[in-house]
Structures are given as C-alpha cells and as structure tokens.
Design a protein around this ligand. Structure first.
Ligand SMILES: NC(=O)C1=CN([C@@H]2O[C@H](COP(=O)(O)OP(=O)(O)OC[C@H]3O[C@@H](n4cnc5c(N)ncnc54)[C@H](OP(=O)(O)O)[C@@H]3O)[C@@H](O)[C@H]2O)C=CC1
Ligand SMILES: O=C(O)[C@@H]1CCC=N1
Length: 275
C-alpha cells in the first residue's frame, strides 16, 4: 500500500465488519481503523482488539482520510446530513457501500463538493475473496482512486465500472450473489439428506463441492461451460441432473432473479434519493 490510510467504517454491521476483518487478517494495522456504531456493546470487542471504536461519527470523520459509509440505505440520508459539517470541515473521501444510493444524492446530503466512491462489495471480503465494483465521481483524485482500490484489493478483486448504473448490475451479480450460492448450498444439502445421507455428511460434501468448483473455475483457463462438460459423461449421471435443470429453465430463472435484484436497487434510488 502506498500509504496506510486511516479508514473509518460508519456502521459496524455485516458488510463493514467483513471488509475490516478481511483487512486486518491481511495485515492492515488495527490502529488505523476506526469503527463507529450506535451500539457501545457492538463496539466493545473491537475496542478491546485495538481498533478505534466510537459512537461519535464526527470524531471518526475528523480522524480519517477515508470514511466507508456502511449503514443501511434507508438511514443513509439522515446519517450523512447529520454529519455534513464534519464532512465539509475534514473532507474525507466518502466510500459508500449502500445499495441504491446514488453519488449525486450523497453529494447533496454531504453539502456538495465531496469526493465520493460508490462501491458494491460483498461479504466474502471477510476471507479475502470479495468482489467489489467501484464508481468514482468527478471529484475523486487519482490518489484517492488508488487508495480505495488498494484497500478493497486487499480483500478481493476490484473492478471499476464506466457508468454509475452498472453498480446496480454489480449488485445483482456479486453484491447479492453470495446469497444465491448459499441458497443453492442449502438446497443441495437438503436434497442430499432426502436421498439418504445424514445431515452432516450432506452438508460437508455440498460445501466442499462448492469450494472445489469455485476454486477450479477461478484457477482454470477453461470457461465454466467447458468445466461442466468435463464432468458430464455421455449417457452418465451428471447429464440427467443438468438436463433436469435445463428443462426447468435455469437460465431464465437466474435472469429473472437477478433482474429483480437490479430492479430493487433502482427502486431504492427512486424511494430514497428522489425528493
Ligand atoms: N450485507 C451485505 O452482504 C452487503 C451490504 N451492502 C450494503 O452495506 C450497507 C450495510 O449493510 P449491512 O452491513 O448488511 O447492515 P447492518 O445492519 O448489518 O449494518 C449497519 C450498521 O450500522 C449501524 N448504524 C445505524 N445508524 C448508524 C449511525 N447513525 N452511525 C453509526 N452506525 C449506525 C447499525 O446499527 P443498528 O442495527 O442499531 O441500526 C448497524 O450496526 C447497506 O447499505 C447495504 O446496502 C453492500 C453489499 C453487500
Ligand atoms: O440485500 C441487500 O440489500 C444488500 C446489498 C447487496 C447485498 N446485500
């Protein structure tokens, strides 16, 4: 990292903790990380480990170069407006991870003239296997772009998108994506039990198979379709399962689900940003 930026995580929930725990596991100094939340109780274990933890968002904004806004979309406006003075005084780079909250609204709520990166990360950041889509407004400097990228690259892959609307597509693919795979794992483990395995065996085999397939596909030069064909012997067993999925319209089902996800991100923008 070019320099160790002081980072504040505003909201110590699932997504923020996945990123900062991933950073810490990757060697980021704990004393460069500020974490805020409304709950002292939630912050206490972080303070005990040497992170700077406070319920005072202004204190964290004053201390840091970068503020990761990791509260729910529904409270983002209230939170940003409440801390407008500190944002204007200290001018940290704001990195919002909220689904559906556009950069222009964030900028208006923060009092304008603020460098903003919209980021759509995902929770596998916790195990340095995250995927983040990034979009910067015009006020983000080259150095700030690099800093943001280096932070998120420490917990996974990073991809800049060309236009902000694509962040909603990133949400549909990778932001929400871990949940689709967890759902599929749940279904496979359940089916394994129904086919006669005990619950523990079915789950273990399901998880290891997911890991193996993910690792193979990311390490191989072959496309997923080719790797699938390599498992599928003509007149064999896999063929029957794949046929069953295809006959039930797996492509359409996935497209429909991801479109619903993208549409919900757009609806959040309408609901929470247009007033
Ligand atoms: N979870 C995920 O997989 C992903 C989430 N995101 C985005 O990340 C953001 C956070 O989501 P997630 O981590 O799941 O949500 P969480 O509810 O787990 O985390 C949000 C945290 O912020 C706290 N909070 C609320 N108000 C304030 C405040 N004024 N100051 C400081 N902290 C506050 C909440 O406390 P309290 O509970 O008391 O309200 C809570 O602990 C969302 O905008 C979401 O769209 C993006 C990608 C993936
Ligand atoms: O479900 C949500 O709204 C958040 C954003 C992407 C993943 N989780």
């Amino acid at each position: 990292m070019t320099q160790t930026a002081k980072i504040a995580f505003i909201g110590a929930g699932n997504m923020a903790s996945a990123i900062f725990e991933g950073l810490i596991a990757n060697g980021y100094p704990v004393d460069q990380i500020w974490v805020t939340d409304r709950s002292e109780e939630k912050l206490a274990p972080y303070a005990a480990r040497g992170l700077k933890a406070t319920t005072d968002n202004d204190e964290a904004l004053a201390a840091c170069d970068i503020a990761v806004l990791a509260v729910k979309p529904q409270v983002m406006k209230t939170v940003v407006e409440a801390h407008r003075d500190a944002i204007q005084q200290y001018k940290p780079l704001l990195v919002s991870v909220a689904a559906g909250i556009d950069a222009e609204s964030l900028s208006n709520w923060a009092g304008d003239d603020v460098a903003i990166v919209r980021c759509m990360p995902n929770t596998p950041a916790l195990v340095q296997t995250g995927a983040s889509g990034l979009y910067a407004n015009a006020l983000v400097s080259e150095q700030q772009r690099q800093q943001t990228e280096e932070i998120l690259a420490a917990v996974g892959i990073t991809l800049w998108v060309e236009n902000e609307a694509q962040i909603d597509a990133v949400t549909a693919v990778s932001g929400s994506g871990p949940a689709y795979y967890f759902l599929f794992m749940e279904a496979m483990a359940k089916a394994g039990e129904q086919l006669g395995l005990d619950a523990e065996t079915a789950l273990k085999l399901t998880l290891q198979t997911a890991l193996g397939a993910a690792r193979m596909s990311t390490q191989s030069d072959l496309a997923p379709a080719e790797l699938r064909r390599n498992v599928t012997s003509p007149k064999g067993t896999t063929e029957q399962a794949i046929l069953s999925f295809q006959q039930q319209g797996i492509d359409e089902m996935v497209l429909k689900a991801m479109t619903a996800c993208r549409d919900r991100a757009e609806a959040l923008t309408e609901e929470l940003c247009k007033d």
